[in-house]
Design a protein around this ligand. Structure first.
Ligand SMILES: C[S@@+](CC[C@H](N)C(=O)[O-])C[C@H]1O[C@@H](n2cnc3c(N)ncnc32)[C@H](O)[C@@H]1O
Length: 185
């Protein structure tokens, strides 16, 4: 009788311990999954895809060439960089920090068979000076940081195409439908 009781108590203890650690594991996974996206949302911009009209303006202002290396900093679901890749550019890369959005972008690229490359990562940690065109749709704070930290390092002739948000102290080269083109002098 005592053996049955001891076995029962041990079984209950083991089940509760396993359940407790499963909950901890679940919470840790949730934080790991969500944290980069929350950081990107606060420090860069939440995921809001560019409207078709804005994408058309980006394509028109970009005047993309076969030799262009293009990056979308915060590519969301990859809608913009996918469209740019179709212009036949040399490289079309999108960086995305939110894990669910990154997975969505990868899935859409897989479905469409596009030649754009979707990378998981923080674009602030990339060498953005290697690109000929930088595309973005980021909030004011991120644009301010871009102007301060990235713009001075860009090579002459680099085009920056921003949807909706302007650089404060750089002269706009061209504007169309709320999309701004800047060319580094
Ligand atoms: C407004 S959406 C723009 C999406 C896409 N570029 C477009 O125009 O449709 C901004 C995206 O940037 C991403 N983002 C913000 N900060 C980032 C960072 N530091 N590194 C990578 N992605 C970032 C957000 O997760 C979000 O998906």
């Amino acid at each position: 009788m005592l053996e049955v009781l001891v076995t029962f108590v041990f079984t209950v203890l083991i089940v509760f311990t396993v359940l407790f650690w499963l909950k901890v594991l679940f919470l840790v996974l949730l934080v790991v999954l969500i944290f980069p996206g929350v950081y990107a949302m606060v420090k860069g911009a939440p995921f809001v895809p560019s409207m078709d009209k804005a994408i058309r303006a980006m394509i028109e202002l970009g005047k993309f060439k076969k030799t262009d290396r293009v990056v979308d900093i915060g590519c969301g679901d990859g809608k913009v960089i996918r469209r740019i890749a179709k212009e036949g550019v040399k490289e079309a890369i999108g960086y995305e920090l939110s894990i669910p959005t990154f997975l969505l972008a990868r899935f859409r690229t897989f479905l469409s068979g596009g030649k754009e490359k979707i990378c998981f990562g923080n674009f602030w940690h990339q060498d953005l000076a290697r690109y000929d065109v930088i595309v973005c749709f980021l909030l004011i704070e991120a644009m301010t940081n871009f102007e301060k930290d990235v713009w001075p390092k860009l090579k002459k002739g680099t085009r920056v195409i921003s949807n909706s948000f302007k650089l404060k102290h750089v002269k706009i080269t061209e504007e169309k439908d709320g999309v701004y083109l800047y060319i580094k002098k």
